[in-house]
Design a protein around this ligand. Structure first.
Ligand code: AMP
Length: 208
C-alpha cells in the first residue's frame, strides 16, 4: 500500500556540516518545504531576549521553540519537509518523538546525521568567514568554540537518543569530503533519493 504519511527529514550535525546547503539543494530539486530554525530565530526583533542568547552562542529555551516548530510543521500541510536546526538537545528530541512518532502519526520521521570531525568543522567556519559568507555569530572565535562545546554537550546526546528510537529512520552520512557533490550524493543515497541532477547542485546557497 502507498505510504500516505508526510516525511519530516531532520538534519542534524555540527557547524560546517552543510545542513543549510544540503537542505537548500534538496528543496530546489525535490520541492520539499523547509523549516530553518536558526533563520526563524534570526528574524526575531533585535530586542528579543532570544537574540541576546543567540549572540552568546547558547541555546534559546526549548519551551519557546516548541510553539514555533509545531506551527511551522502544521503550516506545511501534507508536504514532505526538512527540519534544520531542531532538535538541538535531548529535551527537544524527546518532545519531537512524543509529538510525531507514534503508530497513527501522519508523519514519518527520517533523521539524517551529517557527521564530520571537529577540526574540519572549525576549518569550514573559518573559510565561511574568509569568503565573506559567514554569519554574525561565525566571526567571533570564542562564540564559535562555545557553539562547538554546546554541540558536543547537548546535541550529540540528542543524536544518540534518536538513533535508538523505534519507528525513526536514522542515517549517518560522513560529510567530511571537500567535494560537496560527493557529500550530497551520499546524503541522497541515504534518503533513498535517486533522481537528483548532480549538474544542478549549488554550493553557494545564497543563490538558491
Ligand atoms: P543555527 O543557524 O542553526 O546555527 O542557529 C543559530 C542560533 O540559534 C544557535 O546558535 C542558537 O542560539 C539558536 N538556535 C537555533 N536552533 C536552536 C534550537 N533548536 N534550540 C535552541 N536554540 C537554537
Amino acid at each position: 500500500m502507498e505510504n500516505l504519511k508526510s516525511k519530516i527529514i531532520v538534519l542534524m550535525g555540527g557547524q560546517g556540516a552543510g545542513k543549510g546547503t544540503h537542505a537548500k539543494n534538496l528543496v530546489a530539486q525535490k520541492g520539499f518545504k523547509y523549516i530553518e530554525v536558526g533563520a526563524i530565530l534570526r528574524d526575531l526583533p533585535a530586542e528579543s531576549p532570544m537574540k541576546q542568547i543567540m549572540a552568546r552562542g547558547e541555546l534559546v529555551p526549548s519551551s519557546e521553540l516548541f510553539k514555533i516548530i509545531s506551527a511551522a510543521i502544521d503550516s506545511n500541510g501534507k508536504s514532505d519537509m526538512i527540519l534544520d536546526g531542531f532538535p538541538r538537545n535531548v529535551e527537544q528530541a524527546q518532545w519531537l518523538v512524543q509529538q510525531y512518532v507514534y503508530d497513527e502519526s501522519p508523519y514519518d520521521l527520517h533523521v539524517l546525521h551529517l557527521s564530520l570531525p571537529e577540526n574540519v568543522m572549525l576549518e569550514r567556519i573559518a573559510n565561511r568567514v574568509k569568503e565573506g559568507g559567514g554569519r554574525a555569530d561565525d566571526t567571533d572565535v570564542a562564540v564559535v568554540k562555545k557553539r562547538l562545546e554546546c554541540f558536543k554537550r547537548e546535541t550529540i546526546p540528542a543524536i544518540e537518543f534518536l538513533e535508538n528510537v523505534k519507528g525513526i529512520h536514522f542515517y549517518t552520512v560522513d560529510v567530511s569530503s571537500k567535494d560537496f557533490a560527493t557529500n550530497f550524493t551520499n546524503v541522497c543515497k541515504a534518503l533513498g533519493i535517486d533522481d537528483i541532477d548532480i549538474n544542478k547542485v549549488q554550493v553557494n546557497v545564497a543563490k538558491l
